[in-house]
Design a protein around this ligand. Sequence first.
Ligand code: XMP
Length: 513
Amino acid sequence: TILVLDFGSQYSHLITRRLREFNIYAEMLPCTQKISELSWKPKGVILSGGPYSVYADDAPHVDPAVFDLNVPILGICYGMQELAWLNGKKVGRGEKREYGPATLNVEDQSNPLFKGVDHSTVWMSHGDKLNGLPDGFVTIATSDNSPYCGIAHESKPIYGIQFHPEVTHSTHGKQLLKNFAVDICHAAQNWTMENFIETEIQRIRDLVGPTAEVIGAVSGGVDSTVASKLMTEAIGDRFHAILVDNGVLRLNEAKNVKKILTEGLGIDLTVIDASKEFLGNLKGVTDPEKKRKIIGNTFIRVFEREAERIQPKDGQEIQFLLQGTLYPDVIESISFKGPSQTIKTHHNVGGLLDNMKLKLIEPLRELFKDEVRHLGELLGISHELVWRHPFPGPGLAIRVLGEVTESQVAIARNADAIYIEEIRKAGIYNNISQAFACLLPVKSVGAMGDQRTYEQVIALRAIETTDFMTADWYPFEHSFLKKVASRIVNEVDGVARVTYDITSKPPATVEWE
Ligand code: XMP
């Protein structure tokens, strides 16, 4: 395992990601991690970049014990400046920030770190720079603007690079990271998803012990389904999944999820129909954030009630709460400054832990989304479920603009079902990252047969994105839109008009609320 110590760069998680692509296992921990508290010995250590200045009073610094591990160390950007600071304080403010591509000139061709990366483009992003060689170091690479683009210790396997090899703009950055991990650290290239399943199942068994029970909420989405299946593989019917029907799920969702999880995957699932309670609490509410809060709080109350009702055998108390947290969620909160404020209000079951004295179990916390999908397929979950578009926790409540009532939800739900059915039929579901229908709280005039109608408007949304931070609208064929619009107006009572949303994110968001 390679230890990545995170100084808070927005790119840090990409380091572990790149290594994983070479089947090398890497674990990222906050830069302040005490080495004595590690339960394993890393084969090598990478110090990430970060937004701070090493010479500032409140700058984060690495535990000096990291140098007593006597394993190779690679400092990237801030990580290199940290090495320079600890070896003679050779860091200062650059005259100007260097941001963008540079060409790497390798000075020491024999250095294994740069095997196959000479003259490649590397990505720079720094304000501070080395203003001299750190004590005991030599220059191994330069660029036009950086005389200390790469440095190495004279006798120990300690390296520093000013650029970011983990971003794809560094064309041979992956190779460099591999050189470090494999050729210099001799890390094993044996991390596979099959291994992951085996070790994770064992880890779950060790953690939960022989009698304790675990509960977890499922949503019908890929993360909670994969996490639940893994738990079931590990501890069988001591895992209890709960699906809360909040009254704002998609058409036939609760029924379908029950069938797939229970019959298909052998997961012990209880469906709780709490739609009356949710819709009751949403009565008269039109503000989107209020809707989110009400749904989150109601969910917690319903879930807690259910957790008490499920009495485990032998008087054993349920002791663990399963959460389908993924790696990108973890890294948002891993910052050494403590839990970061950037955690999204999206975390639908976050509030549960405060009230219920449960321990958290997060079997997916090391994985990225596409790895979870791969894992899901290996665990026998259908391709269709594994590649399902994401669906927000507050569900159709934020897709019915204005007040959320049973009849308004029914309109949005039926329109959405037709839209998604047509997308699947056209064979384009997997080209689209997310698609849904919204019901607008405005009425518009229409003509149906000989009748003048005065009914609501459906807005269709479909986006393409890699990370949901930015998104573009999907360019449907006109004939497709024509067909969907006609079906919705004809088949869904209460709709007189259909529009297609052609706004990107930003400036719009994916959801309308
Ligand atoms: P926005 O609207 O913020 O959506 O551009 C980005 C992604 O997040 C989903 N989303 C949510 N998911 N609870 C969730 O679980 C929420 O409150 C929530 N709001 C937005 C949205 O569907 C899209 O995939």
